[in-house]
Design a protein around this ligand. Structure first.
Ligand SMILES: Cc1cc2nc3c(=O)[nH]c(=O)nc-3n(C[C@H](O)[C@H](O)[C@H](O)COP(=O)(O)OP(=O)(O)OC[C@H]3O[C@@H](n4cnc5c(N)ncnc54)[C@H](O)[C@@H]3O)c2cc1C
Length: 419
């Protein structure tokens, strides 16, 4: 069967890989000159089932409300006239009960664990080098009260089998020697020995090349999708700025832009862009760079070593499709990183980036199809698309083949009840 994957981010490329291995002829259509040029370009790099907590929690409404009136928050909701944002927010708020937070978190965790194994499978099979580090991840808290809260919040992950050790500042310094010097700034944390890290951008580029070289996947770069030619229950062609392309089936993997194109087929995809910022610093021979990635939970700043670079990311901002940034947007993350890792990188040479997490209200992605029987969905991986991609690609491929996915997809199938 000939399949067109719409979008060449990590989700599109991993999907193309799985489909090609399943024996399909695959074309990937991407508007940029290369794969992974948008959200998959400079994310935090954490492969983190240990951070699978859903954002929609009983505490979230208060945090969102506060962000409307106070600057400098890690979560920023800006007043907007975009009705789609408010509809998304209403759906998000409906997921903020304890009961739904538990259901959504457990689903996310199961998908993340499955996907991490799938990622390891792809790495073992291809030997792709992507600055991967398998030394676990650390989630650190600056004070006792937030540590207690963090332990309570993470309990659900531990209860569902995720290995997470509660560690004091001394133990943290033992796990990551780069944190020895800042022990007095940390109350304690959680260490997840099974979590890992790596550069999603490097991985995606290398996998795209394997797709092309080993499985004949065709990449149509510099090609913007503008619409579809469809009948009542089938899509025949995708319309692009370089002409139309026919296929037997299609997979929607356009990240935050998925709802815009899907609307043309009458699909209502509940994905909204949530902007994040990232700074990449050269380590330049500094001797205090961490190997073990993690999150400074009080500042919601993630750090991750990628070879001779240190990646920092922070902030969840609702500001539509705007990806602009200015140096001031990075102050919090740079200050937090300097505080924890004074010798961690050359802080005078940051490269800045901002991009959009394709978030669903539940935090779980969307699979399946709508009225058009040959138009499949694999989108909405939110803040965990690097972690989820290889597993999500397998699920999408299984569904297209008519096979039962290897994990339960309840709540993740388009048009089916969420709860
Ligand atoms: C700051 C930040 C930190 C993050 N950290 C982590 C992390 O530590 N761990 C983790 O697991 N996840 C993380 N994520 C999330 C992860 O990066 C995303 O979930 C993932 O990259 C989404 O991949 P995608 O392929 O769906 O989207 P994208 O990478 O955005 O790919 C979609 C592609 O579709 C293309 N496209 C869109 N419209 C069109 C069109 N009309 N025609 C042609 N092409 C089009 C785009 O150019 C793009 O290349 C982070 C995200 C952010 C923003």
């Amino acid at each position: 069967m000939k399949l067109i994957v719409l979008g060449g981010g990590i989700v599109g490329v991993t999907t193309a890989w799985c489909l090609a291995k399943d024996g399909h002829e695959v074309v990937v259509v991407e508007r940029h000159k290369a794969a992974a040029s948008e959200t998959s370009f400079a994310n935090a790099g954490l492969v983190a089932p240990g951070h699978a907590l859903t954002w929609a929690s009983p505490r979230a409404p208060k945090i969102l409300l506060k962000s409307l009136f106070q600057d400098g928050q890690a979560l920023r909701l800006k007043f907007s006239t975009d009705p789609r944002m408010w509809i998304w927010c209403l759906k998000f708020l409906r997921n903020c009960t304890q009961e739904r937070a538990v259901v959504n978190t457990v689903r996310k965790l199961k998908l993340c664990v499955y996907a991490q194994q799938a990622l390891r499978g792809v790495v073992a099979e291809t030997g792709i080098a992507y600055d991967g580090i398998r030394k676990g991840l650390l989630y650190v808290y600056r004070d006792e009260a937030s540590l207690e809260r963090g332990i309570a919040n993470m309990k659900i992950l531990r209860d569902h089998g995720q290995r997470m050790d509660i560690v004091d500042a001394d133990a943290i310094g033992g796990i990551e020697p780069a944190l020895q010097a800042s022990r007095d700034k940390i109350a304690g944390g959680l260490y997840c020995p099974d979590d890992e890290s790596g550069d999603a951008h490097t991985f995606t580029l290398a996998l795209a090349e394997r797709c092309r070289a080993e499985h004949g996947v065709e990449f149509r770069f510099d090609t913007t999708i503008t619409g579809f030619e469809a009948s009542s229950d089938r899509v025949d062609r995708v319309i692009t700025d370089r002409g139309t392309i026919a296929a037997d089936a299609f997979v929607l993997a356009l990240g935050s832009y998925s709802p815009i194109l899907a609307r043309k087929l009458g699909l209502s995809i509940p994905v909204y862009p949530v902007k994040g910022y990232s700074a990449t610093l050269p380590i330049d021979g500094r001797n205090g760079a961490p190997d073990v990635g993690g999150v400074d939970e009080n500042n919601l700043v993630a750090w991750c070593r990628m070879g001779d670079r240190l990646r920092l990311t922070a902030t969840a901002e609702f500001s539509g499709f705007d990806t602009s940034h200015s140096p001031g947007d990075f102050d919090t993350m740079l200050n937090a990183a300097r505080d924890l890792f004074p010798q961690g990188a050359n802080y005078d040479k940051p490269s800045y980036w901002a991009c959009l997490r394709p978030m669903t209200p539940e935090g779980t992605p969307i699979f399946g199809r709508g009225r058009h029987r040959n138009f499949w969905i694999n989108t909405g991986h939110g803040h965990m698309g690097w972690t989820m991609a290889c597993g999500a690609a397998r699920i999408a491929t299984d569904l297209i083949a008519g096979r039962k996915p290897e994990i339960d997809t309840a709540g993740m199938i388009y048009g089916m009840p969420k709860h």
